[in-house]
Design a protein around this ligand. Structure first.
Ligand SMILES: Nc1nc2c(ncn2[C@@H]2O[C@H](COP(=O)(O)OP(=O)(O)OP(=O)(O)O)[C@@H](O)[C@H]2O)c(=O)[nH]1
Ligand SMILES: [Mg+2]
Length: 364
């Protein structure tokens, strides 16, 4: 599962990627600085992990991670192959969620590919290219499905109805994620086609330093423009965040953030938002050797969660011993939780909750 950073060229995508990841991407003041995607594995900041560390005092602590890809900028005509567009769109298709960076800062020294700062126009430019690509996908598929539908194939007829909804929606300038489908329709016919505009999206407004806490007029316009998209908007001073990342100590970073009126780095917020966008959450294992956060899809069962540690854990799953995170903190240790009778034993059907502290029993 990975989230891709998408937007026009030269809007700060690689600068943002560098704030999140240790894998340094090249960033410079000219369009198409990035060609090949940069992949980074990013630690997910989680205060609960720090709390568990102080309670358990383990030899090591391992946070959850999420994969972020920095992708080349798209320009008008990308869907027709402009500016290596097809390759870049292919890179976007391989992601599971989109972080759409919009330039919301003025700076005459930083080139804008379309000559002026206008995040609404920029967003439309990107949306249109993604939608045109999806239109190509749906039209190809429709050709085949229509023929099958004509022969009386009931399944193909249902599929045709779903695909026509996509086509009509895209032609009206709507992204697939905003079109209404029944659950079955989406699962059977829409999901397998991996439409780019069906991926969940988070808008990242890249603002100047003084707007980091409050946003600015550009941000307000963006919020208005996306209010029916069911998408989150995050305000981030990417250039400033890059400076914060350079600071060595926690105290220095804290002082910088205080000056900006922020309670934590925007990059931390963004990582958590990306994690959520990918529909992921966390369970913990907490032993003296290692306290660790594990990543699972929301809705995963106990055996599936065990499988993230090792496939044998899933195959030979017997039961899980589960402590709610809050109980672990209230009682302070596993043994005290047990004494209080707060540890639960769960079977194969158990849906793991965010923050569960777990032990798996299995045989191989
Ligand atoms: N003033 C200002 N400059 C920024 C900000 N964010 C990025 N920049 C500058 O904008 C230029 C482009 O940044 P990049 O991160 O390389 O942009 P990109 O979106 O990755 O560009 P491509 O890879 O060409 O698509 C660099 O010179 C950055 O230093 C910001 O918040 N404020
Ligand atoms: Mg770049």
């Amino acid at each position: 599962m990975k989230a891709g950073i998408v937007g026009l060229p030269n809007v700060g995508k690689s600068t943002l990627f560098n704030c999140l990841s240790n894998a340094k991407a090249q960033s410079a003041n000219f369009p198409f600085c990035t060609i090949e995607p940069n992949l980074g594995v990013v630690n997910v900041p989680d205060l609960r992990l720090e709390k568990l560390e102080t309670l358990v005092n383990p030899e090591r602590v391992l946070p959850a991670t999420v994969e972020i890809v920095d992708i080349a900028g798209l320009v008008k005509g990308a869907s027709k192959g402009e500016g290596l567009g097809n390759q870049f769109l292919g890179n976007i298709r391989e992601t599971d969620a989109i972080l759409h960076v919009l330039r919301c800062f003025d700076d005459d020294n930083i080139v804008h590919v379309d000559g002026s700062v206008n995040p609404i126009r920029d967003k439309e430019t990107i949306d249109i290219e993604l939608q045109l690509k999806d239109l190509e996908t749906v039209e190809k598929k429709l050709d085949k499905v229509k023929r099958a539908a004509k022969t009386g194939n009931k399944e193909a007829q249902k599929e045709e109805v779903a695909l026509l909804k996509v086509k009509t929606g895209l032609e009206a300038g709507n992204s697939v994620r905003t079109i209404a489908f029944s659950d079955d329709e989406h699962l059977e016919f829409i999901k397998p086609l991996q439409f780019i505009t069906d991926k969940p999206v988070l808008y990242v407004c890249n603002v100047d330093e003084k707007s980091a806490a409050t946003g600015n007029d550009y941000v307000e316009e963006v919020k208005k423009a996306v209010k029916n998209e069911n998408a989150e908007v995050l305000v981030l001073a990417v250039g400033t965040e890059a400076e914060i990342t350079e600071l060595e100590t926690y105290e220095e970073r804290k002082m910088f953030l205080d000056d900006l009126g922020l309670d934590e780095a925007g990059s931390a917020k963004l990582i958590r938002a990306a994690y959520k966008l990918l529909n992921l959450h966390t369970y913990f294992t907490a032993g003296v050797k290692e306290v660790r956060a594990w990543t699972i899809p929301i809705g995963a069962t106990a055996p599936q969660a065990a499988g993230v540690i090792h496939t044998d854990f899933e195959k030979g799953f017997i039961r899980a011993e589960v402590i709610a995170y809050d109980d672990f903190v209230i009682y302070g240790s596993e043994s005290k939780v047990k004494e209080a009778g707060k540890m639960k034993v769960e079977g194969k059907e158990y849906i793991v909750k965010d923050g569960d502290v777990m032990h798996f029993r299995f045989n191989v």
